[in-house]
Ligand binder design. Structure first.
Ligand code: PRT
Ligand code: MG
Length: 209
């Protein structure tokens, strides 16, 4: 039996067809059920449905053998106690800085609103910029409008969220896609099962590219 941790939002939506190609189909409609653990039709896998930012934690502690997590979340989580096995090429986007349209960043210390505190800190340190990071949990785009920050660090896909809030992307920090991560002990104890899953997912990913 394998336990796979996955978040309910866009990653789940993108990952379900890929999992189906690897023979894993949930026994219930995940869009409807309120259950947080759902078994697969074959009964050989349990899917645990959690917050995106909790996926590395579940896998790290062995509460799930395997997880599907955005590279953004993995880098921010910064754990060396899980294996990143596969780039699933799902939920692709870019981690970027963004400002109000036409605005330049001030010369001195800048205020940055983000939920990616550590990634943002590293990025501006590399650029030699002094920053004050303001941790937010969502609606980052609001921060510059209300004068809370000079810029934001957030994920950009189509750019329409920035556009709708009179903002524009500036610098690319990192290309993002979803990764398959594996618990280190599970990798030893359930080696055959995990190897098979990775192989089938790799085939499904290759077919798409
Ligand atoms: O609800 P919770 O906070 O737990 O997380 P969530 O609902 O965001 O989780 P989920 O499962 O949807 O997965 C989030 C993951 O999806 C991120 O960690 C990324 O790896 C990936 N991803 C890919 C994105 C986007 N694209 C994305 N565009 N996550 C968020 N966005 C948001 C972005 O933050 C911004 O608000 O969409 C908006 C920008 O989109 P555009 O198209 O308007 O540019
Ligand atoms: Mg969500």
């Amino acid at each position: 039996m394998l336990t796979i941790a996955i978040s309910k939002g866009r990653i789940l939506k993108d990952a379900l067809p890929l999992l189906a190609e690897a023979g894993i189909e949930p026994s219930e409609d995940l869009g409807k059920t309120r259950k947080l653990i759902v078994s697969s039709k074959k009964g050989d896998v349990n899917l645990v449905i959690i917050r995106a930012t909790d996926v590395p934690t579940f896998v790290e502690y062995g509460a799930a053998d395997v997880g599907i997590s955005g590279k953004d979340v993995l880098v921010e989580h910064n754990s060396d106690s899980l294996y990143e096995m596969l780039d699933l090429q799902l939920a692709k986007c870019r981690l970027m800085t963004a400002v109000i349209k036409g605005c330049e960043l001030p010369a001195g210390k800048i205020r940055v609103a983000t939920k990616y505190v550590s990634l943002a800190r590293q990025y501006f340190a590399k650029k030699g910029r002094q920053v004050e990071i303001i941790k937010l949990y969502g609606s980052m785009e609001l921060a510059p409008i209300v004068g809370l920050a000079d810029c934001i660090v957030d994920l950009v896909d189509t750019g329409s969220t920035l556009e709708a809030n009179n903002m524009e992307p500036q610098d690319l920090i990192m290309q993002i896609s979803s990764r398959l991560v594996v618990n280190k002990a599970s990798m030893k104890m359930k080696h055959e099962e995990i190897k098979e899953l990775v192989k089938q997912l790799q085939v499904a990913v290759d077919k798409r590219c």
